[in-house]
Design a protein around this ligand. Structure first.
Ligand code: MLT
Length: 383
């Protein structure tokens, strides 16, 4: 912690930007170096299995083969949700945004299967969340009954198996899901959904209620739903300029938007001051696998031109692409163009990091006493 940090009036009404409030034992975000899980830069983990990355986050070190195998077998044993859970998820109204259903589905899981112990519930929830998400998506999308779960396939392989995606082929989509999942597990302690989950848990709400609350925080367009919005933006850009557009044409489109005070999605971050390394990894995969896909072509052009245009405004502290700039394009190119589920994919992954951070705050922080209930001070102001 910065021992010189002093709260001044300038820090008020800034969303606690830069104000240290605690410790995060899983990951950290450096403005220039980007995201680290423990002490591994995120790009070094891009080819790891989900179970290996989860072990790293959970235990704080890279697991030996046998340790990861034991961890992964333990998750497999915990993975099956009860019939009651699935039946009640399938009774949720289909009108809402999938994130609303996802949050409800997590509460339902807690009602039937919660143990009231943060550590046990953390592992159970991480193990079961792929099935919860798949049952909810299949139900919401009208894709029919979810097949029998096969955790033995592997964590994200099973998720891919459970989703009844129309015309699903045994293609690279499972690999894109794996990468997306790993990249979104954690992003330091202070991102909104993580902070909200820990805040709710500080009142001693159980793991399921805390994670449901964190998913509600993730559902907003300034946070997790930005990936859905960003794909819509890229699709509009493509429709307006065409896939073989020149840099000048894209630049003109962006300047017109800015003149109308419309947002350019997929750029900027509260902490990062460079291109988000999670985006860099996904750009590389998109260029490798789908470089002729129209959305990929336009996203790559946007990566360059967007930064150029935004850099001209000195008030923009981070004019570089963030994780959302390319994740939806990559999912679409791989055969998952259903953007309303992108934030659920984000939440499916982020549950891992938030649940682990809640375990730390509730069971380990302050010598095992846990952090106290969140209760910051607000100054009275007459309007
Ligand atoms: C995230 O991954 O949570 C987002 O980048 C937002 C953030 O870190 O504040």
């Amino acid at each position: 912690m910065d021992p010189l940090f002093q709260i001044t009036q300038e820090n008020l009404e800034t969303g606690l930007r830069g104000v240290p409030v605690g410790y995060c034992t899983t990951s950290t975000v450096h403005p220039e170096k980007g995201l680290f899980y423990i002490d591994y830069p995120i790009d070094q983990l891009a080819n790891w299995k989900p179970e290996e990355v989860m072990f790293l986050l959970y235990k704080g070190y890279k697991g030996k083969e046998g340790e990861v195998l034991d961890f992964s077998n333990d998750l497999k044993k915990r993975a099956q949700c009860s019939q009651d859970v699935m039946r009640h998820i399938e009774m949720l109204p289909r009108q809402g945004h999938p994130m609303a259903l996802f949050s409800c589905a997590i509460l339902i899981l807690g009602m039937f299967e919660g143990k009231g112990d943060y550590r046990t519930d953390c592992l159970n929830l991480i193990a079961k969340i792929p099935q919860v998400a798949a049952v909810m998506i299949n139900h919401h999308a009208g894709w029919g009954k979810t097949p029998v779960s096969r955790p033995e396939l592997g964590y994200m392989e099973n998720f891919f198996h459970l989703l009844n995606i129309p015309g699903k082929k045994d293609n690279q989509l499972a690999e894109v899901f794996r990468l997306f999942n790993i990249l979104h597990y954690d992003h330091g302690g202070g991102n909104l959904s993580t902070f909200v989950g820990k805040a709710v848990a500080s009142g001693l709400e159980d793991m399921y209620g805390s994670i449901a609350a964190s998913m509600d925080a993730l559902a907003g367009p300034r946070h997790g739903k930005a990936n859905q919005e960003c794909l819509l933006f890229v699709t509009e850009l493509l429709a307006a300029v065409g896939e073989n557009a020149s840099e000048e044409r894209v630049e003109k489109y962006l300047r017109e938007r800015l003149a109308k005070k419309e947002l350019i999605y997929g750029f900027g971050h509260a902490v990062l001051r460079v291109e988000d390394p999670r985006a860099t990894v996904q750009y590389a995969l998109a260029e490798k696998l789908y470089k002729e896909h129209p959305l990929v072509k336009i996203s790559i052009l946007l990566r360059k031109v967007g930064s150029k245009v935004l850099k001209e405004n000195p008030a923009i502290t981070d004019p570089y692409p963030n994780v959302d700039a390319i994740s939806g394009t990559l999912l679409s190119a791989a055969g998952f163009p259903y953007s309303e589920y992108y934030t659920v994919l984000f939440g499916l992954a982020r549950t891992v990091g938030i649940a682990m951070q809640i375990v730390y705050e509730r069971c380990e922080a302050r010598g095992g006493k846990g952090t106290p209930i969140i209760r910051p001070k607000y100054l009275f102001k007459k309007r």
